[in-house]
Design a protein around this ligand. Sequence first.
Ligand code: G6P
Length: 367
Amino acid sequence: EDSERGEHEHFLAKEIAEQPRAISQALRGRIEERFATVHLGGLNMDVREARAYRRVTVLGCGSAWFAGELGAQMIEDLARMPARAESASEFRYRNPVVEPDTLYVAVSQSGETADTLAAVQELQRKGGRVIGVVNVVGSTIARQVDGGIYLHAGPERSVASTKSFTSTLVAFALLAVHLGRMRDLSPADGRRVLDALAALPSQVQDVLDTERETGTVAAVAAELATRESVLYIGRRHGWAVAREGAQKLKEVSYVHAEAYAAAELKHGPLALVGPELPTVAVVPDDDLFDKNASTLAEIRARRGPIVAVGHRDVPNAGRTLVVPRSEPELDPVLLSVPLQLLAYHAAVALGRDVDRPRNLAKSVTVE
Ligand code: G6P
């Protein structure tokens, strides 16, 4: 094990650091520059079939579900198909309406999660076409689905998923452009996203290098590790990033964290806000920047400490963890990295068993 971890003390740190390479591997051979299209050989889906789908439903558990939320947003934005994500475990306990013009996407790092597999099988029993977004080649879900996209992220050993999360976002961006280019996405818009994808590995490397030089995230983590609870907020893409960020902190540091859609704050959790409850706010420099800034003003007015993650200093935040800007669809990849580091450093500061958090398993193969 020691030799596999290389220079890193934990697999979690190693896997966070491996993200530039994992993203490159997810992209390798899949972008057709000339036509701004995407080649996904494992999908086995021709234009006629792709155009016949009217909706997309994405299923997964844990981080795979949160990645699926972002994936659904990318498909809706770029392919202009109504798309939603649902926890695979909830899905299987409903009696879902399975429609022939819905494309189902099952997301799983391990390809072995029992709830996700059960959802796939139930869908197939009802005639649904399910494709996979899976990391482990030849895994049960990979074999069960009707085609799909492999992440090629390499083995992920730490229980908390990191490189598989960001690689899943990359796979969804490819899928969204692929579907979009067979529908209404223009070559120029396709190229905009594909160029941004190609730039991601070095941008993620920048985030990692900045932290290595400054230790800013580690310092923030040491502070948050002393708290009982942390609130994570964001809007739209930022909310899904916040959900994954809160999940990471809970999983590896055991500090309670809850993610809320920023606009929902005033419908409940604002009652908790005060000097004792820090907020981590995901605030990209997008059309919602001012809305997010005014939410932060409300938190500040109640003396709630704020750490922001964004593209420039965010008003009312005590500190902003700044990441490079991508295109809006792909900003979540970069915004997620400081939140992974935050959870990691909080866990280290608290002396947790970083790679094997108590009560959790890397893949949950029982119900
Ligand atoms: C477990 C892991 C999570 C993971 C989830 C789904 O709960 O602890 O990190 O996100 O399973 O796993 P999968 O392999 O299906 O992506």
